[in-house]
Design a protein around this ligand. Sequence first.
Ligand code: 2AM
Ligand code: CA
Length: 270
Amino acid sequence: MAVRSALMNVMAGAALKAARGLIRDFGEVEQLQVSIKGPGDFVSSADLKAEKILKTELAKARPGFGFVLEEGGISEGSDKSHRWIVDPLDGTTNFLHGIPHWAISIALERDGEIIAGLVYEPVRDEAFWAEKGIGAYLNDRRLRVSARRQMGEALIGTGMPFRDKGDHQRYLKTLAPVMSATSGVRRQGSAALDLAYVAAGRLDGFWEFGLQVWDIAAGILLVREAGGYVTDIAGGHTMLTSGDVLAANDHLHLPLGRLLKQTLNPGSVT
Ligand code: 2AM
Ligand code: CA
């Protein structure tokens, strides 16, 4: 049985409290699908309420720490080494449409390094958590990335740009070769959960461009602590600034990276 640190207990406690409100609101969202106004404003307020609970609970337990909040932005704390990176509702579009695939993501950064991460999926009550040097867990079970070695057997997650966001042509270039090379591509709508699923071995890899730090900070630690690799698409370490992410198990990170690099930059890979 995994023994959570005091810190992880604080993170899990905050997530559980925020999740109770989100679950209640998610129940309402279904009813609102058929209303003329739709659930849009209702979901924005659910998101804000959850963020407020998370901020209050985390600040109560560790008063000096700073925050990077999806909705509330950056606030500095008296303790300059620590800050919480929080996405109160990752997968908002799913939530809005009544699709039960969304999560709360909380990461703790110490001196620029992520040392703890939690991605909590309230509908299935799945807490994916990791602490640096300690490992990754799903509830009480130790996680390990999948052992698949063949691209042809791999199931790969992704996130697509939408509306006027991101470079659609660049993304589409990367989609075609992954579709051909693998056993399937999934676009599930929550980057935090996609990374948690790579850590849990449900997905063998994942790539997306232009994500925000709160989408990925906890998930990156989860994948690494589960024995996987996370880089940007070129194999570098700019994920938290560029938002470009390539995560995979230890066998498939290299071939998947090659495939993506080759299509974006033909001639770059020998
Ligand atoms: P969010 O739900 O916190 O906004 C998936 O591609 C990622 O993009 C998610 O982590 C999601 O985070 C973000 N995203 C923002 N708006 C989106 C949209 N309209 N459709 C899909 N993903 C969106
Ligand atoms: Ca998000």
